[in-house]
Write a protein that binds this ligand. Structure first.
Ligand code: SF4
Length: 354
């Protein structure tokens, strides 16, 4: 634990650094904006927080602008067809976020009169808003003195205090230490300053300690062991899965189907395909799962796609359609209309090369 004088000095140093060096992001209310009377728009902040979960701010920015152009208010988003939201989300990944985005907008409109709740506890009840997002939205929009802790903040705090417990067991200790530093007078600016410090200075592999406003208070820096924290167990290899998809092109259209709502890529469109298994099966086992009988030809090469918990290798088969009807007949020149995840876009590109 730091003394109250150390904590005061650390808060001032961080906020001073943030005022000079903090990022300017399209949705961000910077200290000078606040001073000029600009207030945060909860809808815009909520959208940015959901999009930035598991996505870089650079990638999220383009989507954030597109969503606001298409659905300028939470009411517009709530009344939009869910398929259109999934389609606009395509490429951003982790599609449960898009489904929850829609659900959350509906609840905000139906139960809260179109205004996001003004405190962390109530925000936490909404779909898609976890502990980190609730704390971030409450501090940025409502200046609530919350404790905003994501992976970046965990790294900074574990280094400052040399937290020896191994992740994820160390999380409660790190949260408590983060809370001891959090500034109740400037919660929004402090939270964003700490996020920036974690993202741009206290980097996982090469922390830029010489530029860090907390260098003199950092125990890991003192011992030269910055990259030893946070402590982690040795990594196990990411498991591999195999599957196949079936590509049928006919008169400028291809056949797609919709995945079930629950589970990976839920509600998205896909090429019809097989189960994904830990062992690569015999081709006949795959072909037995084809949606129709056809003279299937295997395309050379395969698509590799890395999910959080496994790597998928997808083989692609091409065939001709008979009189069969499929769920979705998708025009090749109007793919923007379909909620196609990048995995399926890669498979279609491979099929069309040959
Ligand atoms: S001094 Fe280095 S390791 Fe410590 S918080 Fe700053 S950037 Fe991270």
């Amino acid at each position: 634990m730091k003394s109250s004088q150390q904590i005061k000095t650390m808060r001032e140093a961080l906020l001073g650094w943030y005022a000079q060096e903090g990022r300017t992001l399209p949705w961000r209310i910077r200290p000078e904006d606040r001073a000029a009377g600009v207030v945060a728009d909860q809808y815009k902040i909520w959208l940015s927080e959901i999009m930035c979960q598991q996505t870089t701010t650079t990638a999220a920015s383009a989507y954030w602008h597109k969503f606001l152009q298409t659905w300028p208010t939470v009411q517009d988003l709530a009344t939009a067809p869910r398929d259109e939201i999934l389609t606009a989300w395509a490429g951003l990944g982790y599609y449960a976020r898009a489904r929850n985005l829609h659900k959350c907008a509906e609840i905000v409109c139906d139960d809260y009169g179109g205004v996001f709740p003004d405190n962390e506890a109530e925000l936490l009840k909404l779909p898609g808003i976890g502990a980190y997002s609730a704390a971030a939205i409450a501090s940025i929009c409502y200046n609530e003195a919350t404790n905003v802790v994501d992976g970046n903040v965990e790294r900074v705090i574990s280094r400052i205090f040399r937290v020896e417990a191994v992740m994820p067991k160390a999380k409660p200790e790190i949260r408590a230490l983060a809370a001891s530093l959090a500034d109740p007078k400037h919660p929004g600016d402090y939270a964003q300053a700490l996020m920036d410090l974690g993202a741009h200075i206290c980097k996982p592999k090469n922390p830029k300690c010489t530029q860090c406003p907390w260098q003199s208070e950092c125990a890991a820096h003192k011992f030269g062991t910055m990259t030893d924290y946070p402590r982690r167990k040795a990594k196990t290899a990411r498991p591999v899965r195999y599957g196949a998809v079936f590509f049928i092109e006919e008169a400028g259209h291809i056949w797609l189907r919709q995945r079930p709502d629950n589970g990976l890529l839920g509600g998205m469109a896909e090429l019809p395909g097989t189960d994904w298994t830990g062992e690569k099966p015999n081709v006949d086992i795959w072909l037995a799962q084809a949606p129709i009988k056809s003279n299937w030809q295997q395309v050379e090469g395969e698509v590799k796609h890395v999910f959080t918990h496994f790597t998928l290798y997808l083989s692609v088969f091409k065939g001709q359609v008979g009189a069969e009807k499929f769920e979705i007949r998708a025009a090749m020149n109007r793919f923007d209309k379909y909620a196609l995840p990048s995995l399926m876009r890669k498979a279609i590109a491979l099929a069309r090369q040959q």
